[in-house]
Design a protein around this ligand. Structure first.
Ligand SMILES: Cc1cc2nc3c(=O)[nH]c(=O)nc-3n(C[C@H](O)[C@H](O)[C@H](O)COP(=O)(O)OP(=O)(O)OC[C@H]3O[C@@H](n4cnc5c(N)ncnc54)[C@H](O)[C@@H]3O)c2cc1C
Length: 436
């Protein structure tokens, strides 16, 4: 007996079978039973921008899908783990998802709230209905189907607090698995000597919302990527005594040069000039706008910004005002941390300084190695596809949003993936998918 017929049979005798859930699921083509289901269309894991983009593109190709999201909302990163002053770092035309531009009245760099409103509208426009509180805890190809194990959590407000009242584990089967769990799924926290003895507050930048609660305090931001630079700026704007650790070399470029987006300008130059020439032009212009960042304690790598991005995926930081604050002395720059003390930090140059709060702006990591039992396409080391910009693996496995090219990369991946699955879907036909 094939697994579809088996599911149908079990459902007929299943007292827990919920017609409401089934009605909703059927709308997306998802057959529901309590003992594991074979889904005709692809399973998409993660309802961030990448998962939503794949879902929209599949909808337009008439392919049903099931979108599984561990939280109770879409774009959990943007909603729950970003600071309030966040705006898109890149102009809106480079950040829109497929098939739907940003509203014309949005500014060039939309705010976090505007981006979230755009995503909600995207959801409505394409009738996307994710399965929320569905945490994918494992996925494995069994030779015929991807078996995806999902922990579904039911919560309720008890004494004014959200509490887990029950959880159930289900297995779903599909011919296609689209991994859209993001490059930033979990905070990356480095091991720093003595961190346990520090008596102040230590947090990751994903828990930082605003500098308001830290007014008058001494705060150290560890890391100088886009988040570290912007959190430092926000703290300083809130009259916090702000310091920032710069451990490695980094390319800081102005967000705009002579009113033009630096990102847009780089893309345009790259169309007609070799990458090394583009880098020389960018660095010359940057020097005119920002001055010599090495003199501020932020040395540059020997490889230029665009070439470095190409060979290592490392994105240049786009300055939105932090460099001016460093020049004015409002933000102090320190080298790497040697070790923590009870009330502060010792740096590798031997200097010590007291701090009340340490914010680790030390980046994020993929969580794919924790749940996907596959290591030919995805690397078990970093949870990214082994070949940069690769979006298609074997046996119907896909990666959406892992090309280190931000939302532009998300859109490109989503379109390719939906085209590929759509083609396959049309070739075989819906009825045959069901009985395979
Ligand atoms: C602070 C910040 C600012 C950024 N600004 C820009 C910008 O301006 N422009 C730009 O192009 N890019 C930007 N990026 C980079 C990137 O575009 C975003 O991170 C974007 O959100 C990526 O979308 P995504 O869907 O791939 O991943 P995410 O947004 O991380 O979404 C992944 C989703 O998967 C869910 N999930 C994870 N694991 C599981 C699981 N096991 N089971 C079920 N669900 C799961 C998560 O809850 C989440 O909702 C920024 C990134 C950060 C961190």
């Amino acid at each position: 007996m094939d697994r579809f017929a088996e599911t149908e049979g079990k459902r007929a005798h299943d007292p827990l079978y919920s017609p409401r859930r089934a009605a909703r699921a059927t709308a997306t083509g998802f057959p529901v039973g309590e003992h594991g289901e074979v889904f005709a269309g692809p399973l998409i894991v993660g309802a961030g921008p990448a998962g939503l983009a794949v879902a929209a593109c599949l909808t337009m190709r008439g392919v049903p899908y099931a979108l599984l999201e561990r939280y109770d909302c879409v774009a959990s990163l943007w909603r729950h783990r970003t600071y309030r002053r966040l705006r898109l770092h890149l102009p809106k035309r480079y950040c829109e998802l497929p098939l739907m531009p940003f509203p014309a009245n949005y500014p060039e760099y939309p705010t976090r709230e505007q981006f979230l409103a755009y995503l909600e509208e995207y959801l409505r426009t394409f009738g996307i209905r994710p399965f929320f509180r569905s945490d994918v805890i494992s996925a494995e190809f069994d030779g015929e189907f991807w078996c995806v194990r999902v922990k579904e959590v039911v919560t309720a407000a008890i004494d004014g607090r959200e509490a887990v009242v029950s959880s159930v584990t289900r297995d779903y089967y599909s011919k296609w698995l689209v991994v859209a769990t993001g490059e930033n799924a979990e905070p990356a926290v480095p091991e720093i000597d003595g961190i346990d003895i520090f008596k102040g507050e230590v947090m990751h930048s994903c828990d930082y919302r605003s500098g308001e609660p830290y007014q008058g305090k001494k705060v150290l931001v560890v890391g100088c990527g886009n988040s570290g630079m912007e959190v430092s700026l926000d703290l300083s704007n809130h009259n916090v005594h702000t310091s920032m650790v710069v451990r490695d070399t980094v390319h800081v470029l102005p967000r705009e040069i002579m009113g033009l987006s630096t990102f847009g300008l780089s893309l345009w130059l790259l169309m007609c000039l070799p990458v090394q020439t583009v880098d020389r032009i960018l660095l010359l212009l940057t020097r005119l706008v920002l001055g010599d960042t090495a003199r501020l304690g932020i040395p540059r790598p020997s490889t230029g910004p665009m070439e470095l991005k190409k060979v290592s995926g490392k994105t240049p930081v786009l300055d939105v005002g932090t460099i001016a604050k460093i020049k004015s002395g409002d933000i102090k720059v320190f080298p790497a941390i040697q070790s923590f003390r009870e009330h502060g930090v010792e740096f590798i140059d031997g200097k010590t300084e007291d701090f009340d709060v340490v914010i680790l702006a030390t980046g994020y990591k993929s969580n794919v190695p924790y749940w996907l039992k596959e290591n030919e396409f995805f690397s078990e080391k970093d949870g990214f596809p082994r070949k940069p910009s690769e979006w298609k693996g074997k046996n119907g496995l896909y990666a959406a949003g892992f090309s280190r090219r931000g939302l532009l990369g998300v859109s490109i991946d989503a379109t390719k993936i939906a085209d590929d699955i759509g083609q396959c879907w049309n070739d075989i036909g819906y009825e045959k998918h069901k009985t395979k």
